[in-house]
Design a protein around this ligand. Structure first.
Ligand code: HPA
Length: 278
């Protein structure tokens, strides 16, 4: 169980700075260098945020940054809690509940993923159009908070307007860009070649171990969600190489200049879009 109330932790954020961003970005494996482009107003280690689980994985540093990216106020979460680390689904999604309480309206989730689609190469990016939840767990299992729907519609988890902004940002940032379906497993093992063949037949384009729980909880709370995978490797059996986390991080690091440009451009366009709407 998580140790805190999201509203209590959101108050810590509100007291830390006057910044009230509408957009939050969760940085997955290899997306860390995006932080170099953030003009920081306040940096808060997860250890100082009640209820935030401590990430244990290399490549996930564990801090929340309030600042601006591409001129747009943002909350950036560097590091996330994974289900495979042994955290409960409640812990894995605690940060999203805090962000919603803090007033975040739009959430961009990022991750490193294996390419199941044979056209995908390491260093490519994929925007999620949909997902397949094979984690064996759902973050909404258990008591349903008053005022929230018990049976959440997931016909459109990933928001088309935010997706369109990502498409445009990808063009400007000149990244190799795909749209596709993300399938998540609990991990921590990588998959077998037989599993990857099966997932391909089921309609998956990329495979990973995160993002879906946060996306589901964010939708439950009424946030708009967008998500991007950096394809860090071809999935098991599609290349002659064995998979290793070091290789995943190395590829993600090589792609990091593109990653940073992509997210900065997205944030810049986001501000224009939300200004036009208000
Ligand atoms: N499988 C699962 N998760 C991953 C992979 C993969 O091939 N690459 C990066 N995260």
């Amino acid at each position: 169980m998580s140790r805190g109330k999201p509203a209590t932790t959101a108050r810590v954020l509100a007291q830390a700075s006057g910044l009230r961003p509408g957009l939050a970005i969760v940085l997955g494996s290899g997306f860390g260098p995006v932080l170099e482009r953030v003009e920081v107003a306040k940096e808060i280690p997860y250890a100082k945020l009640p209820g935030f689980p401590q990430p244990t994985v290399q490549g996930h540093s564990g801090k929340l940054v309030l600042g601006t990216l591409g001129g747009t106020p943002v909350a950036v979460l560097s590091g996330r809690a994974h289900y495979y680390e042994g955290h409960s689904m409640e812990e894995v999604t605690f940060a999203v509940r805090v962000l919603a309480e803090f007033g975040i309206r739009d959430l961009l989730l990022t991750n490193a993923a294996g390419g199941v689609n044979r056209r995908f190469r390491p260093g490519d990016f994929m925007r999620l159009t949909d997902h397949i939840n094979f984690m064996g767990a759902n973050p909404l299992r258990g008591p349903c908070p008053p005022g929230l729907t018990r049976f959440l519609d997931l016909s459109q988890v990933y928001d088309p307007t935010l997706g369109g902004l990502l498409d445009k940002a990808a063009k400007t940032a000149r990244v190799r860009w795909h749209r596709g379906v993300y399938l998540a497993l609990s991990g921590p093992t990588y998959e077998t070649p037989a599993e990857i063949r099966a997932f391909g037949k089921l309609g998956a384009d990329a495979v990973g171990m995160s993002t879906i729980p946060e996306a589901i909880v964010a939708r439950h709370l009424g946030l708009r969600v967008a998500a991007v995978s950096c394809i860090s490797n071809q999935a098991a059996g599609l290349s002659p190489h064995a998979l290793s986390h070091d290789d995943v991080l190395a590829t993600a690091k090589e792609a990091s200049r593109h990653t940073a440009a992509l997210l900065e451009e997205f944030a810049r366009r986001y501000a224009l879009e939300t200004t036009n709407l208000s």
